[in-house]
Write a protein that binds this ligand. Structure first.
Ligand code: VTB
Ligand code: MG
Ligand code: MG
Length: 330
């Protein structure tokens, strides 16, 4: 059992429940754009709503994973100060994780936020990250980013006392994963291919209901940090390595504090100390239901978790548009 410290506990607890308002606001706004074929409008609506919602949260927050640099992003840019004032925290956001799937009305889009103590998050540049993740309760190091897919599957099956054919791999459906997918299939594993949304894909390894045993493949580095924050709370192992395509990216990352471009980051190096994670479903998936709208309101489904207690909460929000502040009626 962890030590009880009433002061930090209170801050933590309240903040965790506040965070869900922020992701609910983004999801509600994005839900107007489901299936309308305009991913930028969906993303813009989510960013706008999330930014407004942060103004009601009692934190002194600094965005460290956000929508880009100040000159390219009007809101939630890296370095932006947000919140009403309160404890000093770092914030990672992806207001709409899965813009293309939202535009097409496909599954698994979420609005997501993570919070850490100052300096807790890896300052990941907006490049690709190679990722591997498995759920809780397995021997440390059972899978490794440098091992071949078939080796990782063999070790995972051994640890889970099942056959490789029982394992479900999750990855993004991308040409760059063709070799890896081929190797997994050859080894006998089953694969769930995602259109978008590897934050939800990585988290799926830690949720028994999803049937996913392992996540492999490359996706956004910022999304990697968000997923690491979630796994810190819910349990599981994850490794990530930034994938640089040119010297300019290496130099840029160096400015952000990345000293060794080849380094494999463990989960604690991506999300240190006390962290919290919240996500609200925009379109439905195995973890969260999507936003359901009616003439007078909407229903949202969210997950909130804290690393300190390991508590995972699902929150169903019933929003009454007649009583909500106009700024949040999307
Ligand atoms: C992933 C996925 C995102 O970007 O991180 C992906 O989770 C990686 O980039 O939803 P590619 O699309 O180029 O593969 C998204 O698809 C969009 O942010
Ligand atoms: Mg985004
Ligand atoms: Mg994204």
């Amino acid at each position: 059992m962890a030590d009880y410290d009433a002061s930090t506990l209170l801050v933590d607890r309240n903040l965790a429940l506040e965070l869900v308002r922020v992701t609910e606001a983004a999801a509600l706004a994005a839900s107007r754009w489901i299936g309308r074929g305009d991913k930028n409008a969906a993303d813009g609506a989510a960013v706008d709503a999330m930014r407004k919602a942060f103004d009601t949260v009692a934190i002194s927050g600094t965005v460290v994973i956000g929508e880009g640099e100040m000159d390219e992003a009007p809101m939630l840019y890296i370095g932006e100060k947000i919140g009403l004032g309160g404890p000093e925290v770092d914030i990672a956001v992806d207001p709409l994780e899965g813009t293309s799937i939202t535009a097409k009305g496909g599954p698994n889009a979420i609005a997501t936020v993570a919070l850490a103590e100052r300096g807790g998050f890896l300052h990941a540049p907006d490049i690709y990250m190679d990722k591997i993740a498995v759920g809780p309760g397995l021997p440390e190091g059972v899978v490794h980013l440098d091992a071949k897919p078939e080796e990782n599957l063999r070790e995972l099956a051994r640890a889970k006392k099942c056959s490789i054919g029982d394992l479900m791999v999750c990855t993004l459906d991308r040409d760059r994963h063709a070799e890896m997918i081929k190797a997994c299939r050859k080894a006998g594993a089953r694969i769930m291919l995602l259109g978008d949304g590897d934050v939800a894909g990585v988290i799926a390894v830690s949720q028994p209901g999803t049937g996913v045993d392992i996540y492999m493949g490359s996706g956004g580095a910022p999304e990697g940090v968000l997923a690491a924050a979630a796994l810190r709370c819910i349990g599981g192992q994850m490794q990530g390595r930034l994938q640089f395509e040119n010297e300019e990216q290496v130099a840029r990352a160096r400015e952000m504090g990345v000293t060794d471009p080849k380094r494999i980051y463990g989960i604690y190096e991506m999300a240190r100390g006390n962290v919290m994670f919240a996500a609200t479903g925009v379109t439905g998936g195995p973890m969260l239901h999507g936003v359901k709208r009616s003439a007078t309101g909407a229903v949202t489904h969210s997950i909130i978790m804290r690393s300190k207690s390991g508590t995972v909460r699902y929150v169903e929000g019933h929003h009454n548009f007649a009583r909500k502040p106009a700024a949040f009626v999307a």
